[in-house]
Design a protein around this ligand. Sequence first.
Ligand SMILES: Nc1ncnc2c1ncn2[C@@H]1O[C@H](COP(=O)(O)OP(=O)(O)OP(=O)(O)O)[C@@H](O)[C@H]1O
Length: 264
Amino acid sequence: MLDISQVSKLFNPGTPDEKIALMNIQLKLEPGDFVTVIGSNGAGKSTLMNIISGVMKPDIGEVRIGGKAIHHLPEHMRSRWIGRVFQDPMAGTAPTMSIEENLSMAYKRGKARGFGWGANAAKRKLFREQLSRLGIRLEDRMSAKVGLLSGGERQALSLLMATFTQPQILLLDEHTAALDPARAELITDLTEEIVRDMSLTTLMVTHNMEQAIRLGNRLIMMDKGRIILDIPESRKRDLTVPQLLGEFERISGRQLADDRIVLG
Ligand SMILES: Nc1ncnc2c1ncn2[C@@H]1O[C@H](COP(=O)(O)OP(=O)(O)OP(=O)(O)O)[C@@H](O)[C@H]1O
């Protein structure tokens, strides 16, 4: 479903600030894979997400979705295949627009995949149904401005907007990191439910080691622009946080340096 081959990205080449952000990344996700991504500070996790979504282009290498090369396409052209939820609850939604207007935007984005403009009443019914799945009564507040919602409510809406047109790839970029523990748990539960129910192929960056182990069917660890560990479901099931940190130390020869690390 997602095929990244030999992707490299260098920032400020040929200057004293030269940084290797990604070095020869090879990553293949099968349909329905839910892969968690962890790594040290500056490992290249955000750059990888940005290259998949089209915020940045790789220096070399290819990104394919469903066999189609997309690395040369601009971000807006990829959005019909890719849903993304960011760490910042303000990032995925338009604050001055209502919940319904925000959902309409996301709906329009998926149009090319069979979600044509329906009659308004039919659309509103669909939005209400979708919102009610979140279980936080946003369906009763469809005309409320999104800027008035709490961080958790906005993140739940962002998750719905990123997924309800059934993207081929869902990118979750530390999407629970800015929330308090109770709201982070709500969004994590919703994520699991939506990904499972829609069989979405998902890549999730997290600083929460316990979450990285518990969620999904595969875990990858990045360091200095490379994937240094790729753990399949069979091994992940019995993995513990100390074992995971030990693996990092064994491979990289250092302790995992991450100023936002959460052990569990
Ligand atoms: N726009 C940029 N210009 C220059 N260097 C950059 C840029 N974006 C990222 N980098 C550098 O590329 C490397 C990878 O950064 P990236 O943000 O992808 O890491 P990360 O794994 O997401 O880190 P963190 O967990 O700390 O957010 C880092 O050394 C970073 O300083």
